[in-house]
Design a binder for this molecule. Structure first.
Ligand code: F6R
Length: 609
């Protein structure tokens, strides 16, 4: 969370920093700020609220300079006001720092420095770093002072520092928060991710934990913090910037929902080779032998946790391998019990989620192999895993995950049937049949998307309800959880997902004539059970919005509102059933005038605990 950019070179500095912050604003949008050195003199501008507030603030100013840093904030320490915004400066305002992460021992450092006469202006943990660097600069260069400060602080950081005393460089460092250096020609960049850099250079250096970089316009020195120099390893990026545009849609979320058939086609083209052969190129990077695996432990958060729950069903169903699914923030503080030949599986769109990353590191330290399903190439989880299956969803800009959810389910599905085949649980013919069925999904998705207006009309009926229940069974129990999460995160309406069979153990007490209950009820092996649950709801006058299989006439009797999805094999129904739920949430949020792409209090890449 929080986004950092930095630039040194001859281009228009404000535009580089502001466009960079725009592309990073998915990481947090509580406030933003920039700090620029012009003729060796430091100036900073910062403002709470969305980036547009900062843009308005500096509009019309003629800001010069060829070295600068910028920040977009997701508040942790201190409310999102102007003072707590980054950059933070030292006492004499001659040094500026932007920071992503949390300094755990900031309060003891702050009280020590306060006693020595340092005056603090903000409530942030970041400001202590600025003063600490100043403290060490009394007898040292900027680089050594930053190193000394970093040796003292505990917690996570990606940071960038500029100072009047050494106006030709940016000092950047990271521990547990991402940071990338963009390598240019007589210019260099830093950023929390690749997006601000992409349109300027495709050559990047991924910084690793405990590394520090001294960046001038024509040189990059990389070293361990207070340690030896490290050879620069550059990577060539072959992404384009097209995902950063809305492409005619009102919101990125809507564009991403509509791109889901394309995402499935892309995944199939990446992983299905020759005559229906599944090939995962990066799966066996470091000694993962699929035949030997006895147990998977899936690690994920939020929407990725929901696709992990579906993954459990699929892997157990097809490959008969015990699969546990855990929320990373819970798992990381429990005892890991090895049964031998366990593989920890990390599921993450961003590849940077702090809790999931921590679980993976913990697992590796205990000699588990780690196989991850990741969307962002070059992310920490990608680089630290023994094997990776990329989601190939393309850049997801909307803070609420949609297309990556689909992509994770499809890739896990392919993995599950591949594993089942290797383990002798699925014949070649069965495998080919399963791939054929998957090939039909994009077309089914297209037909659902063509009926988006039905969901818009439903949203009109229900958008003033302050509470929703989502119920499903089997593979569509996670669909219910995901439907509820989508609705609450973008529309701020309280929604809860339940396994439909659990209703009678408590939640049924909530049902009255005002409560809308979204029932995910395609024709699967639990259909009859689900029908009974829906009748329980109807008997208590609940308002039912039912997602059912095309041709199911009986279900009409129990539906206040009904949306049909095409008939598909049970294991593939979550891929179809989630789309109407995404659209329903989207249209409700739009009607409530919510900021769909950047919901309040959220950030796309959750790099703090
Ligand atoms: C919800 C959403 C979040 C993420 C979660 C994990 O729409 O996007 O719940 O799924 O923060 O993020 P990743 O997948 O990047 O690890």
């Amino acid at each position: 969370m929080c986004g950092i950019v930095g630039y040194i070179g001859d281009r228009d500095i404000t535009s580089i920093l502001l466009v960079g912050l725009q592309r990073l604003s998915y990481r947090g949008y509580d406030s933003s700020g920039i700090g620029i050195l012009s003729d060796g003199e430091l100036s900073t501008w910062k403002k709470s609220g969305k980036l547009v507030e900062l843009e308005t603030m500096i509009d019309g100013l003629s800001i010069q300079g060829n070295i600068g840093i910028g920040h977009t904030r997701w508040a942790t320490h201190g409310i999102p006001n102007d003072i707590n915004s980054h950059p933070h400066v030292n006492q004499s305002k001659k040094l500026a720092i932007v920071h992503n992460g949390i300094i755990e021992n900031f309060s003891s450092i702050k009280s020590r420095l306060s006693k020595q006469g340092f005056l603090f202006r903000s409530q942030t943990d970041t400001e202590v770093i600025a003063h600490l660097i100043e403290y060490y600069m009394a007898n040292a260069s900027l680089e050594t002072a930053v190193e000394n400060a970093l040796l003292e602080i505990q917690g996570s950081f990606a940071l960038a520092v500029i100072a009047e005393s050494e106006p030709d460089k940016i000092i950047a460092a990271r521990r547990s928060s991402p940071l990338i250096i963009g390598v240019g020609d007589n210019e260099n960049f830093i950023s929390s991710d690749i997006n601000p850099i992409l349109s300027h250079t495709k050559k990047v250096v991924y910084m690793n934990d405990n590394e520090l970089a001294v960046i001038t316009r024509d040189h990059i020195q990389l070293k361990l913090i207070s340690g030896p120099e490290i050879p620069l390893k550059t990577h060539q990026i072959n992404w384009n910037q097209e995902a950063s545009e809305k492409g005619g849609y009102d919101h990125f979320m809507l564009k991403e929902i509509h791109s889901q058939p394309h995402v499935v086609r892309t995944i199939l083209s990446k992983y299905i080779k020759g005559k229906n052969q599944i090939q995962f190129k990066d799966l066996h990077r470091d000694g993962i032998d699929l035949k030997l695996i006895n147990r998977f432990i899936i690690q994920a958060c939020g929407t990725s946790w929901h696709s992990g729950l579906i993954g459990k069903y699929l892997i157990e169903q097809y490959a008969h391998v015990l699969t546990e699914v855990d929320i990373s923030s819970e798992f990381r503080y429990r005892q890991m019990i090895s049964q031998g030949n366990d593989v920890v599986m990390g599921l993450s769109q961003s590849g940077e989620t702090a809790d999931t990353l921590a679980c993976i590191r913990e697992a590796k330290s205990k000699f588990y192999k780690v196989l991850s399903f990741v969307n962002v190439k070059g992310s920490s989880i990608d680089r630290e895993s023994d094997g990776v299956i990329y989601s190939h969803a393309g850049q997801e800009v909307g803070v609420a995950s949609t297309k990556n959810y689909i992509a994770q389910i499809v890739t896990i599905y392919l993995f599950a049937i591949h594993l089942a085949h290797i383990k002798g649980k699925l014949s070649k013919d069965e495998l080919v049949n399963k791939i054929d069925q998957l090939n039909k999904i994009p077309e089914y998705m297209d037909s659902i998307l063509s009926k988006a207006d039905e969901l818009e009309a439903m949203a009109e009926k229900y958008y003033l309800s302050r509470e929703f229940l989502f119920i499903g069974r089997g593979l569509n129990y996670p669909t219910a959880l995901e439907g509820a999460l989508k609705l609450k995160e973008i529309s701020y309406i309280h929604a809860t997902g339940y396994a439909a069979g659990e209703l009678k153990h408590g939640p049924i007490a909530l049902i009255d004539a005002k409560l809308p209950i979204v029932c995910i009820s395609p024709q699967t092996s639990t259909y009859e059970k689900m029908l009974s649950n829906i009748q329980e709801v109807k008997a208590r006058k609940g308002k039912t919005i039912i997602i059912a299989t095309e041709g199911d006439k009986e279900i009409k009797n129990y539906a206040n509102d009904l949306f049909y999805i095409p008939k598909a094999p049970e294991e593939l129904t979550p891929l179809l059933a989630c789309i109407p739920l995404q659209l329903l949430s989207y249209y409700i949020a739009v009607k409530l005038d919510c900021d769909v792409d950047q919901p309040r209090n959220l950030a796309k890449s959750v790099t703090v605990e």
